[in-house]
Design a protein around this ligand. Structure first.
Ligand code: BGC
Length: 414
């Protein structure tokens, strides 16, 4: 009995002390759990704590965020939304329409976000004119990563066309090297697919297919060619690929088990966290084809009661778009800052390539939202496309059948 009395007294004392220490607090749901990702989110956690905030971490493992989004839905449905959530693209608008997002315009206006963010990024962060999310970075998706030593040992240059890629992959295969490190998870299949699609369709048709959802382009012969190339890609991965996490695929390139990986530049975060040097240990190049697939990570604040939580949301939003945070975070994450006024001199050659090609593609009209990473369309449509992509990749379905399924699946999802 006595034990319980003591326990109750201890709980009360604890409660009293936390009331006394009350200040900004945030429960943050995110899916940054790999080595490079964890190092990056720690930067935010540290800045938040250094500014008097109390951070409750809610990491949900699973690259691409599918598991995190399922966890989020369960929390919101049970009336217990986290304070801040890693959310992006049209999903921000979808949650806004459900009436559960907080308005962070006060912070955005006080901090002058409109002056330091490109209009295209700001547009994703606004819901009916009010600010409903804060951007962290710009990730590029259409990258080719390679193990430098394997390429030079096999007399291979970074491919600049898909034909060159295929020739390199076949040469590597003949030499007993796994050409492509890949993890068989739907979002990774979708990532490779959209990169191949950008390369083979070109920017204009990519836009028609994956932004406008134009049935003619989705059902075109060019799309058949995209699936043909996906079938070849399937032949370049090792037999242990099903279910493999993306960061383990990156490790295969790092360790010399595989030559290439097609993945967004969060993969660079892994290389860097392991002390690898771009241009020496690993190579980066934009995947064959012109254009730039962008993926902007951001945080949305959910409507919550309590001054401490609301203060936490305001503090977090302010820090996220802060100049120093955008530099340090992105140095770790592999991405580039969303703000236009962050000095780039500490960034590596891959980041510089990303920044210059982003500007160039914006001028040429080939700066495009990533469909595989939730930037181009709503969840129902992207889910329908990914189902077809992954069903094709993991079976012997013909390209013609896949294209037929694709047009039907998109039409049914609208
Ligand atoms: C996110 C990245 C993340 C990656 C792998 C992407 O969708 O934008 O921040 O590192 O998924 O989890």
């Amino acid at each position: 009995m006595k034990k319980y009395v003591f326990a109750a007294a201890a709980t009360l004392a604890l409660a009293a002390s936390s009331i006394a220490q009350a200040g900004p607090e945030a429960e943050v749901l995110h899916w940054w759990t790999s080595g490079g990702e964890a190092k990056s989110v720690a930067v935010l956690q540290q800045e938040f704590s250094a500014n008097g905030g109390t951070w409750t971490d809610m990491p949900v493992a699973g690259g691409g965020g599918d598991a995190a989004m399922t966890a989020l839905r369960a929390r919101v449905l049970s009336g217990n939304a986290p304070t801040a959530v890693q959310l992006k693209g049209p999903a921000i608008q979808e949650w806004y329409e459900e009436g559960v997002l907080a308005d962070i315009s006060k912070v955005a206006e006080a901090e002058g976000w409109d002056k330091v963010l490109p209009a295209s990024i700001a547009a994703h962060m606004k819901c009916e004119g009010q600010w409903c999310a804060a951007p962290v970075n710009v990730h590029r998706v259409d990258w080719l990563w390679a193990n430098a030593e394997i390429l030079s040992a096999n007399g291979i240059e970074m491919p600049t066309s898909w034909d060159e890629f295929n020739a390199a992959a076949e040469k590597l295969q003949a030499a007993g090297v796994i050409p492509l490190a890949h993890g068989g998870q739907a979002w990774q299949d979708a990532t490779v697919f959209e990169v191949v699609a950008l390369g083979l369709l070109g920017a204009e048709d990519f836009h028609k297919a994956f932004v406008e959802l134009d049935p003619t382009t989705l059902g075109s012969d060019k799309m058949v060619a995209v699936f043909d190339q996906m079938r070849r890609m399937r032949g370049y991965v090792d037999s242990n690929f099903p279910g493999r996490d993306w960061n383990l695929a990156t490790s295969m390139v790092m360790n010399g088990e595989a030559a290439f990986q097609i993945m967004g530049d969060w993969a660079k975060g892994e290389f860097m966290a392991a002390g690898k040097v771009p241009g020496e240990d690993f190579l980066c190049a934009s995947a064959p084809g012109a254009g730039f697939l962008y993926n902007v990570d951001s945080f949305a604040m959910f409507d919550v009661d309590g001054a401490d939580k609301q203060d936490g949301q305001a503090l977090l939003a302010k820090l996220i778009v802060g100049q120093n945070f955008q530099k340090v975070f992105n140095l770790n994450k592999g991405s580039i800052p969303a703000r236009v006024d962050v000095a780039m001199d500490e960034f590596d050659s891959c980041a510089h390539l990303s920044a210059s090609e982003m500007t160039a593609s914006s001028e040429e009209g080939s700066l495009l939202p990533s469909y595989a990473h939730g930037m181009a369309m709503r969840g129902a449509q992207s889910g329908a496309i990914t189902d077809v992509v992954t069903a094709h990749f993991n079976s012997d379905m013909s390209s013609a059948e896949a294209v037929k399924m694709l047009t039907q699946a998109v039409a049914n999802s609208l």
